[in-house]
Ligand binder design. Structure first.
Ligand SMILES: *[C@@H]1O[C@H](CO)[C@@H](O)[C@H](O)[C@H]1NC(C)=O
Ligand SMILES: *[C@@H]1O[C@H](CO)[C@@H](O)[C@H](O)[C@H]1NC(C)=O
Ligand SMILES: *[C@@H]1O[C@H](CO)[C@@H](O)[C@H](O)[C@H]1NC(C)=O
Ligand SMILES: *[C@@H]1O[C@H](CO)[C@@H](O)[C@H](O)[C@H]1NC(C)=O
Length: 439
């Protein structure tokens, strides 16, 4: 169903976007597309090398992987917002007729052809691109670890689970299509989705986190400060002038264009969204940072409860590796909020200083465009080696070295020692219940 909708949506604008005429303004699509934050499509980020990962004297025996759903449609709120861009489009075209604005004829043509008619009933549905992301991700992972991920489905060897959402459920389904022959894929058993899922979406029902972090205005302080900053004001002015507006557009409007640029870029491989034309590398980085500030303080290092609660997932991984007669390949389909908190629990991409409104660190590794794009994923692969059990970790399919390990292939016993608290002292109700000391 979603395929039809996406095709319908884009049929009128996909034509005539494949060739590039020399740009008058310095617009390079590549400059913008790498700064789309959590809406960055996975195709710009994954590791293309899918050759088998072999370590002498070792064999890949188990895998435990957690995956953010693939590229999706916007939230209902954003759908309504995007549909209001129709008026903006006409204003942009009109102002350029009057000689204002900095767009060239090719860019204006893209605006002229642009339309949007996504229905709110399909908010957050997985898109066609999201299906592709899952199929191809599954195929590559299987090539890398053919022993841990067998090509024939067996309900004793595989475990699949998703959150109770359309996008996670469809992501799981398309992932299995990538793993198995069609007939085989139809027999896959998915673990029933739970409305309350303390492993895949631990933060959703952590009352203390909801109160102290999610609903705490302090969490959004840096983002708000940055939204009122000189840097942001300059950015709004540059974008407004470029698009031909007399007045400086509000942050809400410019943000909506940025978000739309992100979505439309993620949905179609060969389409250039006109809404990206308002930006260049510099201004896209400003909007990217504006969103990063929110996620950093809400989903990452900003507050220790945020990442401590991720012990729910981490301890499950260690337990699953230990269980006898347990599925050798576990694939869990979840959300950006899950992945970011787990990455933080593992102490990955930790900035040397907290992200603040004061200045953009353009070299930061903590960047949602890289670490939290659509279909972001984290895989733990258990290797049986002559000298013991070891774990290899991959993020976005790239082998990474955990900060607490000496090597990429890390002894399981060392990891268990390091994560002792996470495994044995992960008391969700203790951690998450609101008690009298909380004001
Ligand atoms: C698992 O597969 C076996 C055959 O390999 C079958 O007999 C069994 O019923 C399956 N279990 C479930 C829960 O479907
Ligand atoms: C940026 O613009 C907003 C709204 O016009 C204003 O309130 C704020 O003071 C400006 N910030 C700076 C640093 O000039
Ligand atoms: C978490 O942060 C709170 C307050 O910011 C502090 O009181 C507490 O000791 C910290 N806990 C851990 C385990 O670091
Ligand atoms: C960022 O990295 C580039 C290239 O590695 C380097 O030239 C530059 O000095 C760095 N900037 C900062 C602020 O660290």
């Amino acid at each position: 169903m979603i395929i039809q909708i996406m095709n319908f949506h884009f049929i009128s604008i996909i034509v005539a976007t494949f060739y590039q005429v020399p740009e008058i303004t310095a617009f390079s699509f590549n400059d913008v597309r790498n700064h789309l934050g959590t809406r960055t499509p996975y195709r710009f980020k994954y590791n293309k090398d899918d050759s088998r990962i072999i370590f002498p004297g070792c064999k890949d025996v188990r895998i435990w992987m957690i995956i953010r759903h693939g590229t999706r449609l916007p939230s209902a709120e954003d759908i309504v917002g995007i549909n209001t861009l129709r008026d903006m489009k006409h204003e942009i075209l009109l102002s350029h007729k009057k000689g204002q604005g900095e767009l060239n004829s090719e860019q204006l043509k893209r605006f002229d052809k642009w339309s949007s008619n996504i229905v709110v009933e399909e908010e957050k549905y997985l898109t066609h691109e999201g299906q592709d992301e899952m199929i191809l991700l599954a195929e590559r992972m299987q090539k890398r670890f053919p022993n841990a991920i067998k090509s024939k489905y067996d309900n004793n060897t595989f475990y699949f689970k998703y959150t109770a959402t359309q996008r996670a459920q469809q992501s799981a389904r398309y992932f299995t299509i990538g793993l198995f022959e069609k007939k085989n894929a139809q027999t896959v058993i998915f673990s029933p989705a739970n409305k309350v899922d303390p492993i895949l979406r631990f933060y959703k029902h952590c009352d203390k986190w909801q109160k102290q972090v999610k609903k705490n205005p302090n969490t959004y302080k840096e983002q708000k400060l940055f939204g009122d900053s000189r840097t942001m004001n300059d950015t709004l002015e540059i974008v407004s002038r470029k698009l031909g507006f007399d007045k400086v557009l509000s942050l809400d409007k410019v943000n909506l264009m940025y978000v739309t640029c992100g979505y439309e870029t993620s949905w179609l491989k060969h389409y250039i969204s006109p809404w990206c034309h308002g930006f260049d590398k510099e201004t896209a980085e400003v909007l990217e940072y504006y969103h990063d500030l929110k996620h950093y303080w809400m989903d990452s290092y900003g507050h220790n409860l945020t990442y401590r609660q991720a012990c729910m997932a981490i301890k499950t991984m260690f337990e699953d590796f230990k269980k006898k007669n347990y599925p050798h390949a576990t694939f869990l389909f979840a959300h950006s909020g899950t992945l970011l908190k787990i990455l933080t629990h593992l102490q990955l991409y930790k900035p040397s200083a907290p992200l603040t409104a004061d200045a953009i660190d353009k070299n930061r590794t903590w960047r949602t465009s890289d670490i939290d794009c659509f279909a972001s994923n984290l895989a733990f692969v258990l290797y049986k080696c002559e000298d013991g059990d070891k774990v290899l970790v991959l993020h976005q399919e790239k082998v990474i070295k955990l900060p607490m390990c000496d090597h990429e292939l890390c002894p399981l016993a060392d990891l268990e020692k390091h994560f002792y608290e996470s495994i044995y002292n992960c008391d969700y109700s203790d951690m998450c219940s609101l008690d009298t000391t909380d004001t």
